[in-house]
Structures are given as structure tokens and as C-alpha cells.
Design a protein around this ligand. Structure first.
Ligand code: NAD
Length: 503
């Protein structure tokens, strides 16, 4: 079955109306074969304003629905996602070029966050706090925040929305989603699934969840709307530099999940066989198109000669191919622009003395217009220039180090601060790396690579990665507002800090 037919069959099975994806002006090409698979109707700034007004009205009702009842909607969403996992996962593979396993894994992540959010709906705890005044009680409550705008990137076309939406909805907020202009179909599939959950739920207010398709200008209309209380934006640091200040200017709240330039350190005591497998997945998986992809590797000089040739062999032999009809480990880049950016980075790396293995375009039979590239391993004499930036492609820069402290300093000497890892059997090295004096990233792992996070932990990074946290732990607090309440049940009016004000 060709990709176009597969897309149509899958969208039909998911229940997406053909009129919405067949006659619009937003052209969608599958990275798998490069062929045009849809023409999606893009929304306008007026559509955004309408969606926000409807969401604002829905907020008045939804915030008063008891949180465990709101959790019921997410429980139903989880059920519907389970029923449609195969179809939605396939659509992720078609639209984002992920392997079948990774496409299915992305939908599993949506199911996992639903499970998490259902439990959370009974655990939106506030504290009771000791007060210094007799006959008083002090406590905090977490209240729904308002309309949440979710802007997402192409590479996790549906999981990112679910991380935000499952939490935001349980927390009492309506959600408006602006997916990447490169991945509107998976968004439409997700909305069709959500609609079935809403139908079964029964009495959710109109406008509680909506989808607006389009490019950055449509996203900007959402960002600038004062009635959107929180913008959760996932994408490049370039995008975050625009979106962050715009939201701040109107004193809105933002969660920014931006680019990464993630690194690992391989110490003398590392289990090199495990390191090799972990690095291979971290650096080449998803064709290097994860925000958490491993992009820099500092290898101790005593194990360099053992590890790096083995890595080189893995790069030379890894299977690159059509993710839909083979079990190739590396699929396509999203488009020509991504391939060109990869080539430009390799040219720049060579100019800095880098020795490149791989990186060339791979011709895949039946998918000649897809942009498949052999992952590139680049041995660098030092960390400078292009190594310090995120290129959203499978390039791993490898460098030698002698002292751990120096490796940690170089590890931290880039703008991004998302994910990091160390491979070691030495407890002192491991603990140093994850200590306050170690990695400066939001994620710091030991003996696993930088990618492949679970939903139970808070996800996000520091510095140019934006500082936002999503998903597990107490990330839900970002979707609520905190009210501190002091209740005087005495007949006196003592003032705090012993202040007197007798009239
Ligand atoms: P991108 O920045 O090009 O686009 C992301 C989203 O932002 C899209 O929906 C786009 O339409 C929107 N957008 C662009 N300009 C905008 C503007 N001015 N106002 C409002 N919205 C705007 O990113 P991409 O190419 O889709 O994704 C790859 C990037 O995303 C990489 O840098 C990757 O590291 C990052 N990413 C980060 C995370 C994370 O959690 N930290 C997760 C996935 C991807």
C-alpha cells in the first residue's frame, strides 16, 4: 500500500473528516517518501480569537467541575487512545517518519500520561501551614488557571500535546492546541480520538478543547491573546526567544520547552558495551530528531581507542530505511531543509578539523524523494562553533578528555541545558555528575543516554532550553494558580510580626 493510501485509510479509521485534510492550503508531505499526503485547512487569526473566546467561556464551567470528575474525561481519553493506538502510531510514523516501534511508543506515552493525570485528579494537594497567630489557620489551595495554549513541534507531534492537555484538563483548564505546521494530521487524529472520549463523558462544555492549524503566525495570535493564561510552547530556541518575551510582556505565564544540545561523558570505568548501545540509541534513534538526542560525547582518553572505533562501525552499519515497510533503525529526516542543515553543519565541523564518518544521503528504494541520511559521527579536536549549537539531525560530535572536572565544564559550556548523561561504574564520578557541581541540565542520567524519558519525572531543561517543566512529578503546579488563605476563627485580631494598629 502506498503512503497516500495508507494515510487516507488511517485517517478514516481514526474518524477524521476528509474535507478537513484534502482541500486546504497547508501542504503536507510525508518524510517517508516525500510525497504529498494532504492539503490541510489552515486557520486564521480570527479563528484563534474565536477558539480563545469559546475556551474562556468553557473555563467558567470546567473550573467548577470537581477535579476527580475532570479526571474521568482523561480516563476515557486513555481508553480511546488504547483502542486507536495502532492507527495513531502509524500516522505518527507517516507524518513524522518515526519507526513503527517509536510511533507506537509515542502513543503509549500519551496513554501513560493519561493514567498519571487520572491519579493526579485526586491529588492536587495544597499545604496547611503553621501560623504565628492564635486562633488562625493558614493553608494554600491550587485553583484552575485559565485557558492553556499548547504550541508543539513536529518531532513529538502528539505526545507533547497529551503531556500538557491531560494535566491542564485535570487541573481545570481548557486547552487550545497549535501543532506544528508539519504535523497537523496526527493532531487531527488525536482530536478525533478525544471527541469520542468527550462524547462518552457527556457534559463537557463546548470549546473545552480545540485545535487550530497553521504556521508561526497562527501560533503568534495565540501567544498574543491576553485571555490565554498559559502558553506551553515546545520547539526551537529561536521560537522561544520570540514567544517568551511576548507572553512575559502581557504578564502571562509560559512553559518553554526548547532546543537541546545534550552531552554524555564516558569515564574510564564505563561498561563500554552498554555505553555503545546506549549512545547508538541516544544519538541515532529517531534520526537524531529528538530534543534529547545525544549530540556531544566526551570520552576519556584511556577508553577512546576502544569505544570510538566500535561506535564508528555502528554508524557505518546501522540500517537506514523506510520506517513503514522495514525494521530499519534510522528513518528519514523531516524534510529537505533538515538535510541541508545537517550538511551545512558537517561542512562547518570539517572546517574546524572534524573527521566525519557518514552523513551522506541514502537512497531508499521506493522512497527516493525522502531525505534519508546516514548518521554522522564526527571526531572533533575541540568544542567550538557548530558543536555548541543544536543541529536537528543525527550528528554526534566526539571529543577526548583527561580530567572529569574539565569534561563537566565543557559539558556545561553551551547555551542549551536539557539532558545529559555519564557512563561510569565509579560512584564518586556518578554522584559528582548529578550533584550541584555537575551537569547543569534539567535531566542528568547515569548509565543511560540522554533520550527516552518516562512521564513520571518532570521533563524540561535550563538556560536556552527555556526552564519549563512538563509531565510528571509536580509539573501540574504550572497549570494552576496558588492561593494562600488565612482564616481567623478567634474573636481577636492579632497582626503578624507583632505589629500594632489600634484605632
Ligand atoms: P519550531 O520552533 O520550528 O516550531 C515549533 C512550533 O512553534 C511550531 O508549532 C511552530 O509553528 C511554532 N512557532 C514558530 N514560530 C512561532 C512564533 N513566532 N509564535 C508562535 N509559534 C511559533 O520547531 P520544530 O522544528 O517543529 O521542532 C524542533 C525543535 O523543537 C528542536 O529545536 C527541538 O530541540 C525542539 N523540541 C524541544 C522539546 C523539549 O521538550 N524541550 C521537545 C521537542 C522538540
Amino acid at each position: 500500500m502506498n503512503v497516500l493510501t495508507l494515510t487516507e485509510t488511517t485517517l478514516n479509521r481514526l474518524g477524521v473528516d476528509k474535507a478537513a485534510w484534502s482541500a486546504g492550503d497547508l501542504a503536507i508531505d510525508s518524510p517517508v517518501t516525500g510525497e504529498r499526503i494532504a492539503q490541510v485547512k489552515a486557520n486564521s487569526a480570527d479563528d484563534v480569537a474565536r477558539a480563545v473566546a469559546a475556551a474562556k467561556a468553557a473555563f467558567d464551567t470546567w473550573r467548577q467541575v470537581p477535579a476527580p470528575r475532570r479526571g474521568e474525561l482523561i480516563r476515557l481519553l486513555g481508553e480511546e487512545l488504547r483502542a486507536s493506538k495502532e492507527d495513531l502510531g502509524r500516522l505518527v510514523s507517516i507524518e513524522a517518519g518515526k519507526s513503527v516501534s517509536e510511533g507506537q511508543g509515542e502513543v503509549q506515552e500519551m496513554i501513560d500520561i493519561c493514567d498519571f493525570a487520572v491519579g493526579l485528579s485526586r491529588q492536587l494537594y495544597g499545604l496547611t501551614i503553621a501560623t504565628e497567630r492564635p486562633g488562625h489557620r493558614m493553608m494554600e489551595q491550587w485553583h484552575p488557571l485559565g485557558v492553556v495554549g499548547v504550541i508543539s513541534a513536529f518531532n513529538f507531534p502528539v505526545a507533547v500535546w497529551s503531556w500538557n492537555a491531560a494535566l491542564a484538563l485535570v487541573c481545570g483548564n481548557p486547552v487550545i492546541w497549535k501543532p506544528s505546521e508539519k504535523s497537523p494530521l496526527t493532531a487531527m487524529g488525536s482530536m478525533a480520538i478525544l471527541k469520542r472520549a468527550l462524547d462518552r463523558f457527556g457534559d463537557a462544555p463546548e470549546g473545552l478543547v480545540s485545535l487550530i492549524n497553521g504556521c508561526g503566525d497562527v501560533g503568534a495570535a495565540l501567544v498574543e491573546n491576553r485571555d490565554v493564561a498559559l502558553i506551553s510552547a515546545t520547539g526551537s530556541t529561536r521560537m522561544g526567544r520570540i514567544v517568551g518575551p511576548k507572553v512575559a510582556e502581557r504578564f502571562g505565564r509560559s512553559i518553554l520547552e526548547l532546543g537541546g544540545n545534550n552531552a554524555g561523558i564516558v569515564t574510564p570505568s564505563a561498561d563500554l558495551d552498554m555505553t555503545l548501545r546506549a549512545v547508538a540509541f541516544g544519538a541515532m534513534g529517531t534520526a537524531g530528531q529528538r530534543c534529547t538526542t545525544l549530540r556531544r560525547l566526551f570520552v576519556h582518553e584511556t577508553v577512546y581507542a576502544q569505544l570510538v572505533p566500535a561506535l564508528r562501525a555502528a554508524y557505518e552499519s546501522v540500517s537506514v530505511g523506510n520506517p513503514l515497510d522495514s525494521d530499519a533503525l534510522v528513518g528519514p529526516l523531516i524534510d529537505a531543509g533538515a538535510f541541508e542543515a545537517m550538511q551545512a553543519a558537517l561542512v562547518a565541523a570539517r572546517e574546524l578539523g572534524g573527521v566525519v564518518t557518514g552523513g551522506e544521503r541514502v537512497s531508499v528504494a521506493g522512497a527516493e524523494d525522502g531525505y534519508y541520511a546516514r548518521p554522522a559521527l564526527v571526531e572533533m579536536p575541540q568544542q567550538s562553533g557548530v558543536v555548541c549549537e543544536e543541529t536537528f539531525a543525527p550528528i554526534l560530535y566526539v571529543m577526548k578528555y583527561t580530567e572529569l572536572n574539565d569534561a563537566i565544564a565543557r559539558h556545561n559550556a553551551v547555551g542549551a541545558g536539557l539532558s545529559s548523561c555519564i557512563f561510569t561504574m565509579d560512584m564518586r564520578e556518578a554522584e559528582t555528575f548529578i550533584s550541584a557541581a555537575g551537569s547543569d541540565c534539567g535531566i542528568a542520567n547515569v548509565n543511560i543516554a540522554t533520550s527516552g524519558a518516562e512521564i513520571g519525572g518532570a521533563f524540561g531543561g535550563e538556560k536556552e532550553t527555556g526552564g519549563g517543566r512538563e509531565s510528571g512529578s509536580d509539573a501540574w503546579k504550572g497549570y494552576m494558580r496558588r492561593a494562600t488563605n488565612t482564616i481567623n476563627y478567634s474573636a481577636e485580631l492579632p497582626l503578624a510580626q507583632g505589629v500594632s494598629f489600634d484605632i
